[in-house]
Design a protein around this ligand. Structure first.
Ligand code: BGC
Length: 430
């Protein structure tokens, strides 16, 4: 498998999942609630904030030439309108370290976590958030734009609608099937969420009271809350406003957004349901992203639709720690489907597998990359592939139990141990 010259091969992380001590963020507050839905708090995470040099060096030594990471809004603007220059200096050091190691940085401006104050002011359903997000992005580009080339505004902008759909389906199924419904609903979203099972109503009431104290509302609108249609559009307008604001500062900045995309397949009679799903997950965003410089594809598995809706993982199929079907062919299918409707350059910003068996990660990435290579041969402009994730890290509500990393971390000593998959990934870089 040969990739064209300049093809980017890298790994991805997100600030909150690896840096540690993101104390001004909404997630930090949520993780420390008495009735938290998080398995454990993020704490020091994997101390990437202090060990980024070692982590970037590990990538470079293995031959990787790109690193996708996020800048944390809650660090840059811990209080409304107060920007912290120390944190700008920190991210400048990260960007410089990438450049010094021959690694192209791909910067995400928002990866799920927000400043806590933003959520107290209405969060991702409040009109003002559009401007606030654009202001933060423009500030970062004014300070750090000289070292930036690729920027993703928002990670998985479609996650809110996916969560809303899943919660509704879960509620309906719970009435029928109990525990089976929980497992099935959790594994149909490409991110670690825990759905509350027993005494759900009771717990929800207690959480609502705590939310009131923390955020001034019983139902805080964090980025990964079930989104309304209006909120969904608001997120896309935030993307467009941020793109315009950043380009006003640096016109040649390459700006895109990322979406969580399943390879949606159908069995007999499921075609209509599959089209509906794909429209909701991808097609209806087209008017907001057609003018972007590139598009970030994030894919982990497939979904099979029957006439009744999405089907459980096929009997006997290999599954990952997250409960997803092991199905690396999904990436190629998603790239082809996206390209048909959005013929702009694509960047694979996430693709990976949670497993304790690194040989399965190697097999997954080899098959996924073979698919990417076939797409490129067919003329589809794919700029690069970033594997999720560089490090075993904090998988949101599921805590540290999911191992997605190319590098494992001993969380007592914070010692890093590269896995074979890191070397294999590096071997694909030109
Ligand atoms: C998210 C990551 C997450 C990964 C694995 C993606 O949806 O962007 O933050 O850790 O999936 O679940």
């Amino acid at each position: 498998m040969n990739f064209p010259k300049g093809f980017l091969i890298g790994a991805s992380t997100a600030a909150h999942q690896v840096e540690g001590n993101n104390i001004h963020s909404d997630y930090w507050a949520l993780e420390h609630m008495a009735y938290s839905s998080f398995t454990e708090p993020s704490g020091d995470a994997v101390d990437h904030y202090n060990r980024f040099e070692e982590d970037i060096r590990l990538m470079a030594e293995a031959g990787l030439n790109a690193y996708r990471f996020s800048i944390e809004w809650a660090r840059i603007e811990p209080q409304p309108g107060e920007f912290d220059e120390k944190e700008i200096a920190h991210y400048r050091a990260v960007l410089e370290c990438c450049r010094a190691n021959g690694i192209e940085p791909i910067v995400t401006m928002h990866h799920f976590t927000s400043p806590k104050w933003l959520i107290c002011q209405g969060g991702w359903e409040a009109e003002e958030t559009v401007q606030k997000f654009a202001d933060y992005c423009a500030y970062v580009v004014r300070q750090l734009g000289d070292l930036m080339h690729y920027v993703c505004t928002i990670n998985e902008a479609n996650m809110g609608l996916q969560i809303a759909a899943i919660s509704q389906r879960y509620m309906r199924m719970m009435q029928k099937n109990g525990e089976k419904a929980r497992a099935s609903a959790e594994s149909s979203v490409q991110v670690g969420i825990n759905l509350e099972a027993n005494s759900m109503m009771e717990r929800m009431k207690k959480q609502a009271a705590e939310n009131m104290q923390l955020f001034g509302t019983p139902q805080p609108q964090i980025f990964v809350s079930g989104r309304t249609e209006n909120g969904d559009k608001l997120v896309m307008r935030a993307h467009q406003a941020a793109r315009a604001a950043m380009k006003a500062v640096k016109p040649d900045l390459q700006v895109g957004i990322t979406l969580s995309l399943h390879d949606i397949q159908s069995v007999d009679g499921g075609e209509e349901a599959a089209l509906k799903e794909w429209t909701e997950e991808f097609l209806h965003y087209l008017p907001f992203i057609q003018e972007d410089d590139f598009f970030g594809v994030q894919n982990y598995t497939r979904t099979i639709m029957g006439p009744e809706g999405s089907r459980p993982v096929p009997e006997g199929a290999e599954t990952t720690q997250m409960g997803y079907e092991f199905y690396p062919q999904a990436l190629e299918n998603v790239i082809r489907s996206v390209h048909k409707r959005l013929p702009i350059p694509l960047m694979i910003t996430e693709n990976g597998i949670a497993t304790a068996d690194d040989s399965r990660r190697v097999a997954f990435m080899e098959q996924a990359l073979a698919g990417v290579s076939r797409c490129i041969e067919d003329g589809i402009p794919v700029l690069g592939y970033c594997h999720w994730s560089l490090l075993d890290n904090f998988e949101w509500q599921k805590g540290f139990s999911m191992t997605f990393g190319l590098v494992s971390v001993n969380r007592t000593t914070m010692e890093r141990t590269p896995k074979k998959s890191l070397t294999v990934l590096g071997s694909f870089a030109g």
